[in-house]
Write a protein that binds this ligand. Structure first.
Ligand code: 5RP
Length: 223
């Protein structure tokens, strides 16, 4: 099976976590796009969605799914999203699609995080994938120096030759060279740095379930 087919498989498998009549938390990325496409088949039996990005909002609305503002909704039963890396405890690196801040917010207001991923995303230790960090632009160089002091290399993410601007109007640093043996400690530490909006390690907002697509089909991992 190709990676694209695996994404379709886990996107469809996630439908069983969607409760009739509910508002569903929806992440961002190519795997989630498969989930959104599958969710269209249930659009008349759900109330709608809370989305983590402009891109997902546009896709949901194009398929006729109502999108609520996160601030209008107190709690969501489930949040479905992909990951750049996930370990055997459900800790993740996210933000390859630059949507990490809103993803963490929607994950935090959800009772259950269901991660959908192909098996290339499963790792023993987080840190091979560059850690995305959303920063306020005036802090970017200083935050990059703080990562250098930890042995990391932080590179400003560009789009079309200029700094990428997130849905929140901020910039992204992608940090390589870090081995994240203690995801909770790492997330706590980086969150203290002035100018950091969100670090793309999801330890406090980890997954409770991962639907992992591989050659044998979809494997359900519970954390
Ligand atoms: C976006 C994310 C995505 O979930 C992550 O990048 C995985 O994306 P894909 O499903 O395209 O591999 O965190 O900010």
């Amino acid at each position: 099976m190709t990676q694209n087919e695996l994404k379709t498989l886990v996107g469809q498998a996630a439908l069983k976590y969607v409760q009739a009549g509910s508002i569903v938390g929806v992440g961002t990325g190519s795997t989630v796009n498969k989930f959104i496409d599958a969710l269209a088949s249930m659009k008349d039996s759900i109330a709608g969605a809370v989305s983590s990005s402009v891109a997902s909002t546009e896709r949901l609305q194009a398929l006729g799914i109502k999108v609520f503002d996160a601030a209008e909704v107190d709690e969501l039963a489930v949040y479905i999203d992909g990951a750049d890396e996930i370990d055997h405890a459900g800790y993740m690196i996210k933000g390859g699609g630059a949507a990490l801040t809103r993803e963490k917010i929607v994950a935090a207001q959800s009772r259950q995080f269901v991660c959908i991923a192909d098996d290339s995303k499963l790792v023993q230790t987080l840190g091979h994938f560059p850690v995305p960090v959303e920063v306020i632009p005036m802090a970017a160089r200083r935050v990059a120096r703080q990562f250098a002091a930890l042995g990391g290399l932080a590179v400003l993410r560009l789009e079309g030759g200029v700094p990428l601007v997130t849905d929140n109007g901020q910039h992204i640093l992608d940090v390589t060279g870090l081995k994240i043996a203690d995801p909770l400690g790492f997330e706590s530490q980086i969150n203290q740095w002035p100018g950091v909006v969100t670090v793309g390690v999801f330890a406090f907002q980890k997954a409770q379930v991962c639907l992992l697509g591989g050659p044998g089909g979809v494997k359900t991992m519970l954390f």
